[in-house]
Design a protein around this ligand. Structure first.
Ligand SMILES: [Zn+2]
Ligand SMILES: [Zn+2]
Length: 85
């Protein structure tokens, strides 16, 4: 991890990862996936999920996602591509 004061945040809808310099300003926290405001979370669990995704982990159980989830691809900028159920 590089030293930074900006917390990593994970969108709980699409799993995009962003680092916000400013929380709370209208529009700043809105994800382009269309989730509502404050879909991003920077709690310990979400940060560790983001780190596992970045490290190449794709097992939904390990990532603490819905077990029916199948991750096709993921990128920090583009978020998740999942197989429709
Ligand atoms: Zn999103
Ligand atoms: Zn969280």
């Amino acid at each position: 991890m590089t030293a930074t004061t900006i917390p990593t945040s994970l969108c709980n809808d699409c799993l995009r990862v962003r680092a916000f310099a400013c929380w709370g300003a209208e529009g700043v926290c809105r994800c382009e996936c269309g989730a509502g405001l404050f879909s991003y979370c920077s709690c310990d669990g979400c940060v560790s999920t983001a780190q596992m995704l970045a490290a190449g982990e794709r097992d939904p159980r390990t990532l603490r996602l819905n077990p029916g989830f199948e991750i096709i691809s993921w990128s920090a900028q583009g978020g998740l591509m999942e197989r429709a159920q």
